[in-house]
Design a protein around this ligand. Structure first.
Ligand SMILES: C[S@@+](CC[C@H](N)C(=O)[O-])C[C@H]1O[C@@H](n2cnc3c(N)ncnc32)[C@H](O)[C@@H]1O
Ligand SMILES: [Zn+2]
Length: 1004
């Protein structure tokens, strides 16, 4: 009784406040705690997600040209432009003139029309210019030659050509423009005095560079230069970009390798060209010394004086059926460009010689594909043709108590190669040499060739082993090659089971250990300061990445070289692999340093568990390891095993192990608890008016609900959320999850409320908030370059529910701890989010569709019509359909799709459907929409709309009462007739136009 009274009274007060409270939640700081400026940040009101997605994608695609990636491998790096856009969005205020806010914001990012022109580095081709001009302009500037090609008229001035470049460039879409541009970060302060005047006038500042503006905005907001913190720094994108923009930075990561990379970003990439030249000299000196020693040993040069660049190794195993020793490889093709193959020849001694044949025919290469001796985990014996599972060869078995025993012999600590009676043993089978010749013009010519190892090559291989043994025994390599044990884990246990490797150095063969150890020793001998040491360690890591037993041999035409270990996020032992000679390691060692000569203001960089941080920041921008994604703590030990001693030596106060036990991992309660600890701690370390952005890769509603609870329990309140999307081409509908790439930015503030509500009271508030948010986004949308897709509106609904939920101190019926401890993923929060999504989808009536009729449609029908609407907007992303499926609760829609490829996804037309899937068991099969599609199919096929009308009359239950719905749908389909990108709909849409009139006039 008491409780229901309470509900009543809160309900009343709520109802009174609904409209207002949703605004207040949106405008959270005016209600609960004012910030220094008393209002919201730009990013809490708007964010140009479409442009930022495109720029982020462009940056990711730049490969080696990216600013930070050259320094070393880290997984899940965030694009710098995303970070820049975020920080600027946090610092700029949102005023009551959102259009001008946006203009200023884009100007500062050089993402407005002028900025793009400044970034234009490539010219439009004459052909494109011609295409983009109107007829009068074409006539004015062009003539058509006899071959039909447009040519500039004679005597056209170069200024005129420049002007045409500009005119035509401005006519391109954003996507087309940025293809001709450099990235925003590649330009330094390009805004003119007038532009700065405009910015300063508007913001009340006095800046002449991004850095000085950031400083002034920081002073206005926090009373000092803004301090940006990142406690999950990883490869260092966030602290680097923050520093470059002029913020002070605090950076830490649990993992010392991440800290090393971040340290290098901030301390090495900020150096001047002269300082970089000095570091380059150091690198060259180490390389020369290592090369000299290798030549002196004579281990990479053959009797003709040619240098080895690649060494190909394979495993061998005894066939249990016939006793032959079989070399194992999933392919014996060595080079598709040079047409080189390996051929197994019976050696008359229960084994095989491996011959290397170069310049064979294309046919022989093709035939070679059939000679693989390992396929789907089975050895295929070339002698007796028996297929044997590798697990049998390794002697994996189950003991009498049902425990699985992994049979492969485990290596002891001082071992670095197989024993001759091991189940799997390694063998060198091919070497690629480079011959230098001087031609008759005195020019040096390089010729590469492959050969099977000769007797002398094998002797050199033996010498490598002897040298390594000697160095091991004499302690010369103490501290220079890894001695760390491989702790078991998700990724690492595989190394024990499949190869018996227990120590990290066992992932490298003797040749690799000898050379990398030598490099390490030379770094130590020659480095004179911290930067040289760090540069050396990172180079050593690169060599490890590109030269280990986990390096796949890539036989493709463009490569014919080994690949990096981390082409994926796993540690997989291989049957055949390739190592590199020192010549071929040159680029790994002398890696790219894209220095930016920036002034950095670093407070601190150190390895630290995020739970233990005690530095105070204004803005925490974090990108946490998300629920089960990458096993950073395990993968990084591949590098850490080499770097450990040096880190201890040069970074006082750092630790040098991976602290696996403290890593945020898993996805259930363990994950939630560590995240709550961390975010609660960050709040304690935020200045009074500070706030946060959490970046994460968005997945399903359950994950969202979990995150909401985590942040809420930590004492944070969501004030906005934006989805920055990029999509890759690979993958299809089936393996969902892998190809949809999107990052959500959640903007958060300290939760200051002490109000409590009941769950059911939240619904009207959420409903209002969802609508308000959608309206706001629609109002702000850029008509020429639409910013938001349905996926964004859907996300806005997620975010709106999160905003409302997290704006209260307590929700009476929810026990957060209990909800987080459940593993089934079901929770009232999930229901709330799903409800919010439904509200959004009800609200997002397709343009021109009657909103009442819309509500009466089945989810499947709405899915289909919304899908058409999506296509109308020229969106062909598969993820858009996945979001729709989720939004409408339609799980099975593959039958409706004509294409499920990532950027080509679209629905079937009426004619493509023909009579398929009608009256099947699905609701869609029986629906009015499905009958309308059949009616259209028949009308189009027979070029007679009365056939369609007859179908509708006979098949639609209650035809007369459903007529208005039928008309509404047909009217909608008729609008597809002249859509440029929907030519496949033209005929059916035309039928719809005729059919709708027949239905409209039926019985009249
Ligand atoms: C998604 S990554 C960050 C990537 C980074 N934003 C970038 O652009 O390269 C997450 C990071 O969290 C770190 N991490 C995991 N558990 C941690 C903990 N307990 N404390 C601090 N960092 C942790 C991992 O080492 C990893 O580098
Ligand atoms: Zn056999």
């Amino acid at each position: 009784m008491e409780k229901s009274n309470k509900i009543c009274s809160i309900r009343k007060s709520n109802r009174r406040n609904t409209k207002q409270s949703s605004r207040l939640v949106w405008n959270v700081n005016t209600k609960k705690g004012k910030n220094a400026m008393g209002d919201k940040s730009f990013i809490e009101v708007q964010f140009p997600v479409s442009k930022i997605s495109k720029e982020s994608y462009k940056e990711r695609k730049a490969n080696l040209g990216q600013t930070l990636t050259g320094l070393g491998k880290w997984w899940g790096r965030k694009p710098l432009i995303l970070v820049r856009a975020t920080i600027l969005g946090l610092l700029l205020p949102a005023t009551d003139n959102p259009v001008k806010d946006r203009e200023i914001y884009l100007k500062l990012l050089t993402m407005d029309e002028d900025g793009l022109l400044k970034r234009k580095t490539k010219s439009l081709s004459t052909k494109d210019i011609y295409r983009l001009l109107d007829n009068t302009e074409k006539e004015k500037y062009f003539v058509i030659d006899d071959k039909g090609t447009p040519k500039y008229i004679r005597g056209i001035k170069s200024e005129e050509k420049q002007e045409l470049q500009k005119t035509c460039f401005n006519r391109l879409s954003y996507d087309e423009k940025i293809k001709l541009c450099c990235r925003p970060e590649e330009l330094d302060n390009v805004l003119s005095k007038e532009e700065w005047d405009d910015i300063n006038n508007y913001l009340g500042t006095n800046a002449d560079s991004l850095q000085s503006l950031v400083n002034e905005l920081g002073i206005k907001k926090f009373g000092h230069t803004p301090i940006v913190g990142d406690c999950f720094a990883g490869g260092g994108s966030i602290p680097f970009e923050a520093a470059r923009m002029g913020c002070e930075v605090y950076a830490s990561d649990l993992n010392p390798i991440a800290c090393l990379l971040t340290w290098a970003d901030l301390n090495i990439l900020s150096k001047s060209d002269e300082e970089i030249d000095k570091l380059r000299e150091f690198q060259q000196k180490v390389y020369d010394e290592v090369d000299r020693q290798i030549q002196e040993w004579g281990i990479e040069t053959n009797e003709e004086g040619d240098r080895a660049i690649s060494y190909l190794y394979c495993n061998e195993a005894v066939c249990p059926e016939c006793g032959y020793l079989v070399p194992l490889s999933p392919t014996w093709i060595i080079g598709k460009g040079t047409k080189t193959i390996a051929v197994l020849k019976d050696n008359g001694n229960n084994g095989y010689d491996i011959e290397i044949k170069q310049k064979v025919t294309s046919n022989q290469v093709k035939e070679c594909e059939k000679t693989a001796t390992i396929k789907s985990g089975k050895m295929i014996c070339p002698h007796c043709k028996t297929e044997t599972a590798i697990s049998v060869i390794r002697n994996d078995r189950v003991d009498s108590e049902g425990n699985k025993i992994y049979g492969i012999r485990k290596w002891s600590q001082n071992e670095f190669m197989n024993k001759s009676d091991d189940a799997l043993r390694e063998r060198l089978y091919c070497i690629r040499y480079i011959k230098k010749e001087i031609d008759n013009k005195g020019k040096v010519k390089e010729k590469r060739y492959y050969k099977a190892p000769s007797k002398l090559d094998n002797e050199r291989e033996k010498k490598v082993i002897d040298l390594l043994n000697e160095y091991f025994e004499d302690g010369i390599y103490n501290g220079y090659i890894p001695d760390m044990i491989i702790e078991k884990g998700e990724e690492t246990t595989r190394l024990y089971r499949e190869r018996g490797w227990k120590y990290w150095h066992q992932l490298f063969n003797p040749r690799q250990l000898l050379i990398h150890g030598l490099i390490n020793k030379k770094i130590n001998d020659l480095a004179q300061n911290k930067s040289e040491y760090v540069l050396g360690i990172l180079g050593l890591n690169k060599c490890a990445d590109w030269d280990s037993k986990l390096g796949i041999w890539d036989s493709s035409k463009a490569n014919e070289n080994s690949k990096s270990v981390f082409i994926n996020q796993a540690l997989n032992p291989l049957y055949n692999y390739s190592g590199r000679g020192i010549l071929n390691l040159y680029n790994s060692w002398m890696y790219n340093i894209n220095n930016k000569k920036i002034k950095v203001n670093v407070n601190e960089i150190k390895p630290c568990d995020a739970r233990m941080i005690d530095s105070t920041c204004d803005l925490w921008i974090t990108d946490p390891p998300y629920a089960d994604a990458v096993n950073y703590h395990e993968l990084s030990e591949f590098f850490l095993s080499w770097d450990k001693n040096k880190i201890d030596e040069i970074f006082k106060g750092w630790y040098s192990d991976s602290k696996r036990i403290l890593a945020v991992k898993g996805k259930d309660e363990e994950f939630s608890n560590s995240m709550i600890d961390i975010y609660s701690n960050l709040i304690k370390n935020t200045t009074e008016y500070g706030f946060q952005v959490v970046m994460f890769t968005h997945q399903n509603v359950n994950v969202w609900a979990q995150l909401a609870l985590i942040l809420w329990k930590s004492g944070l309140q969501v004030t906005a959320a934006w989805n920055v999307a990029t999509e890759t081409d690979s993958g299809g509908l089936k393996d969902s999850g892998n190809y949809v790439k999107g990052t959500v930015l959640l903007v958060l503030r300290k939760q200051n409320s002490d109000e409590t509500v009941y769950l059911d009271e939240l619904y009207p508030e959420i409903e209002d908030e969802v609508k308000l948010q959608i309206d706001t986004m629609r109002d702000l949308d850029d008509k020429e370059d639409p910013n938001f897709t349905d996926a964004d509106y859907l996300l806005a609904a997620y975010a709106a529910s999160l905003k409302i939920l997290t704006s209260y101190k307590n929700i009476e019926d929810i026990d957060v701890q209990y909800e987080l401890s459940k593993s089934d993923g079901e929770s009232p929060i999930v229901d709330i989010i799903n409800d919010a999504v439904k509200i959004a989808f009800d609200y997002l009536t397709p343009n021109g569709f009657d909103s009442y009729t819309w509500k009466t449609l089945l989810p499947e029908e709405r899915f289909y019509i919304k899908g058409l609407d999506t296509e109308k907007n020229n969106v062909y992303k598969l993820s858009a359909y996945q979001e729709l499926g989720r939004g409408f609760g339609v799980n099975e829609y593959s039958d409706m799709m004509a294409n499920t490829k990532a950027n080509k996804a679209r629905l079937k037309t009426a004619s493509e459907f023909a009579m398929k899937y009608t009256n099947d068991n699905t609701k869609f099969g029986h629906s009015i929409l499905r009958n309308i599609l059949i009616a259209l199919y028949k009308s189009t096929k027979e070029e007679d709309a009365t056939k369609g009308k007859a179908w509708l009359r006979n098949e639609v239950n209650d035809y007369w009462n459903e007529r208005s719905k039928i008309i509404e749908i047909l009217d909608y389909i008729a609008t597809l007739e002249y859509i440029e990108n929907m030519k496949h709909w033209e005929k059916d849409a035309k039928s719809a136009k005729i059919l709708v009139e027949l239905v409209r006039n039926d019985g009249v």
